[in-house]
Design a binder for this molecule. Structure first.
Ligand SMILES: [Zn+2]
Length: 236
């Protein structure tokens, strides 16, 4: 294998690896997952904000219900006392008076309870809608995570094989060329060599100046001419 062939083989292996690495990090499922997670986070935030309003209202409604219950039971006790009473007229009047006042308090408490319930209802239904809408999204998030894990595991396996193959190709390269290539690879990333296609470096897309293009033509077969922009070894 000539130096040029060996260098080109290594460049192709590195470019292949770069494509798979790019594919791995740009899976369409990853961007869908990001937007699903963002939507779920926004919903959770709405839910928390809603609960901050709901919690004190629920507590107040519970308190009002307990108060109505207490007044109803007091009303029952007073009625029973009145019905069974052997008390004198003054005591009867006092009982009747208390019964009236408990009745007034009970009506007020029940009205208050109703007001709170009608405040709670729309909030509860918004909360229920939010929770219902979040369920399919949460399910989709689970599906996406599983799909991504499976795809990335397959790509990781492919990458392991590609990197093994790359090492075989790299060890076929002469030492000086390998040092040159590795240095360019470390600088430019992806691959340490590129090709000149229609006067451009196909690594960084820079159009070579006419003078550079002349220099490259003279030195291309020495495999030492580096792209002035990205530093990759420019292959003929
Ligand atoms: Zn370049």
């Amino acid at each position: 294998m000539s130096d040029l062939e060996a260098l080109r083989a290594l460049m192709e292996a590195d470019r292949w690896i770069e494509r798979v690495v790019g594919q791995r990090s740009h899976l369409p499922e990853l961007s869908e997952l990001a937007s699903v997670e963002e939507e779920l986070r926004a919903m959770a935030q709405q839910l928390r904000a809603g609960d901050e309003v709901l919690a004190p209202l629920r507590a107040a409604a519970d308190e009002a219900a307990r108060e109505s219950e207490r007044l109803r039971s007091r009303q029952d006790t007073l009625r029973a006392k009145l019905d069974a009473s052997t008390a004198n007229a003054r005591e009867l009047t006092a009982l009747q008076h208390e019964l009236d006042s408990v009745g007034t308090m009970l009506r007020a408490s029940e009205d208050h309870e109703l007001d709170l319930m009608s405040e709670l209802e729309p909030l509860e239904s918004t909360r229920a809608d939010l929770t219902a809408n979040a369920q399919p999204l949460a399910a989709r998030r689970g599906e996406l995570r599983a799909t991504i894990d499976a795809l990335q595991a397959t790509l990781d396996e492919e990458l392991r094989a590609l990197r093994d193959d790359r090492e075989v190709r790299a060890s076929a390269l002469r030492r000086e060329l390998r040092v040159l290539y590795d240095a360019a690879l470390a600088r430019a990333g992806g691959s340490g060599a590129a090709q000149v296609i229609e006067g451009r470096c196909d690594g960084c897309r820079l159009a070579l100046a006419p003078l550079d293009l002349d220099h490259w033509r003279q030195r291309a077969h020495d495999l030492t001419f580096a792209c002035p922009e990205c530093g990759r070894v420019l292959l003929p």
